[in-house]
Unconditional design. Structure first.
Length: 517
């Protein structure tokens, strides 16, 4: 049982060598920056008159981005301001060395460990409201279809007018009265944001980008003396998706500009986020799995993916989502995610399949990722704003790439470990009951392969594995990974609702489940 979730969460950080504090040298540099924030730098372009706002989740304090969207001719002008962390965190400083060692900020239930000390990430660098802040501003012209036609990047002084949440903006654009925005310029900007977000999403669909309609599962720490861990599923709001579209566009445009500057002879060391497309064998297997599922469930032709006629993006967007078919649609979308290979940071440019960009970077989270600090620095050098050190940066780029890839893997590991704490608490309680009284927990079959079935529980909405080869029943999985059989009887298949029950636990902590009769 999870008796002390605070202790367990801290243990996960300690086991992975993630420090929860900062050295005296780092804090001395932070104090020096407090005395000289650089906000009076005469080289900064003054854009404090632009009605920027930040739009984030509730309670966010490390505000990386502020935005303003306006009509321009038949199209739009997007100004996307990103916190100028590179001015504060420079190679050769204790701050940069510490950020490089961490690689990124880390997030766990009820706790975050920021890459930069909170005095920077939640104050001096953060684009908080009614404060003059340094920023890298992407000014992008979009045509009437939302396609970017030109981009300019400037180092500027900005002042956000409001700190808004996604719910605030959703209320505004949907015409509800429960929003806090009364500034007409900001209202116009946010309505344009909704329009541009839709145009960018439509453009992405035309480029074959799969929209997974993601619902994020978050493990949360409940407050109070009886603190505990719970998992909840949170749907992305429309405005959250719109904001993400602008962030994706900045990252693609920034990478493109750096690549082009290098092509013209600029001494720069870009870092790209590369995401190869799925392997042909994986796509063929997915199509065969879908066919086997259609056949086993006697489904009509709308469920079949005809690769020679329909892109995967169009196929998934056309799946029925009504209550009768929601589980199957969710399972097929999960299977489509599984054919993807993982993205990685690299020094050579390459396409990012997941966002449909020919090159892609990570400019949008410089307070949370060391790769963002480095890319901002490289952009300023490519633009001639600051001088570069080519010999140092060649070696430094290799270290930043390694740190960024390691941090992504570490965050996945932390998130999985937090999920496991919830599952352990749940199943330990079940196993303590007499066998006949243990609850049957309902979920959806999300995948099958030899020896195991993957189930997403309804409550909590987390994934568990049923190790069918460890039960005393003669289960077999078909070659396509669509159905599980016991003799000639089909037990379950992709998208089916199933009930599972704990039957034991083995030495490595793995839970042994079986299907409830």
């Amino acid at each position: 049982m999870v008796e002390d979730p605070h202790r367990d969460l801290l243990g996960l950080l300690a086991d992975r060598g993630i420090p929860d504090g900062y050295s005296p040298e780092v804090m001395a540099e932070v104090n020096a920056l407090r005395a000289d924030s650089g906000i009076d730098d005469p080289t900064l372009e003054d854009r404090t008159a632009v009605p920027f706002v930040t739009v984030d989740g509730p309670g966010t304090r490390d505000l990386d981005q502020a935005l303003h969207v306006a009509s321009r001719g038949s199209g739009y002008c997007v100004q996307y301001a990103i916190a100028d962390a590179a001015w504060f965190v420079r190679p050769g400083t204790a701050l940069f060395a510490d950020a490089l060692a961490r690689g990124a900020s880390y997030y766990m239930p009820g706790r975050s460990v920021p890459m930069l000390p909170r005095a920077l990430s939640e104050d001096l660098v953060s684009l908080g409201p009614l404060q003059d802040r340094r920023a890298m501003v992407f000014e992008m012209d979009l045509d009437a279809d939302g396609v970017c036609t030109s981009t300019e990047i400037v180092q500027a002084r900005i002042r956000s007018r409001h700190q808004l949440t996604f719910d605030h903006v959703d209320a505004l654009v949907s015409g509800r009265s429960d929003h806090p925005v009364r500034d007409p310029e900001v209202v116009d900007s946010l309505r344009h944001l909704r329009t541009v977000g839709k145009l960018r999403a439509r453009d992405a669909a035309a480029r074959g980008v799969v929209a997974y309609n993601r619902r994020e599962v978050r493990v949360r720490l409940t407050p109070g003396q009886d603190a505990g861990l719970t998992a909840v599923e949170v749907a992305r709001t429309p405005i959250e998706g719109d904001n993400a579209q602008l962030s994706l566009l900045c990252n693609a445009e920034g990478a493109r500009l750096l690549r082009d500057y290098v092509g013209k002879g600029a001494e720069s060391e870009p870092i790209y986020k590369v995401h190869p497309p799925p392997q042909e064998d994986s796509l063929r297997a997915l199509a065969e799995r879908i066919d086997a599922c259609v056949k086993a469930r006697h489904l009509d032709e709308r469920w079949r993916w005809r690769r020679d006629e329909t892109t995967l993006a169009d196929y998934l967007s056309g799946l029925p989502d009504d209550a009768q078919h929601a589980r199957l649609a969710a399972a097929l979308r999960r299977q489509s995610i599984m054919v993807n290979v993982r993205s990685a940071f690299a020094k050579q440019p390459g396409p990012h399949h997941g966002v449909g960009a020919e090159v892609y970077g990570r400019f949008s989270a410089p307070m949370r990722e060391v790769v963002g600090v480095f890319l901002h620095k490289e952009m300023w050098e490519a633009l001639g704003v600051t001088a570069n050190d080519a010999e140092r940066d060649t070696a430094l780029r290799v270290q930043v790439i390694a740190a960024a890839n390691r941090a992504r893997s570490l965050q996945r590991d932390l998130s999985s470990a937090a999920d496991r704490l919830v599952i352990d608490d749940l199943f330990a309680g079940d196993l303590a009951m007499p066998a006949a009284e243990r609850p049957a927990r309902v979920g959806t079959v999300m995948g099958l392969r030899r020896g195991r079935v993957y189930v997403r529980l309804d409550d909590p909405p987390l994934d568990v594995k049923v190790y069918v080869d460890r039960t005393d029943r003669d289960y077999t999985c078909d070659e396509a990974g669509a159905s599980l059989w016991r003799g000639v009887t089909r037990v379950c298949g992709l998208g089916d609702a199933v009930a599972v029950r704990v039957v034991g636990q083995i030495d490595n902590g793995r839970w042994i489940l079986d299907f409830a009769d």
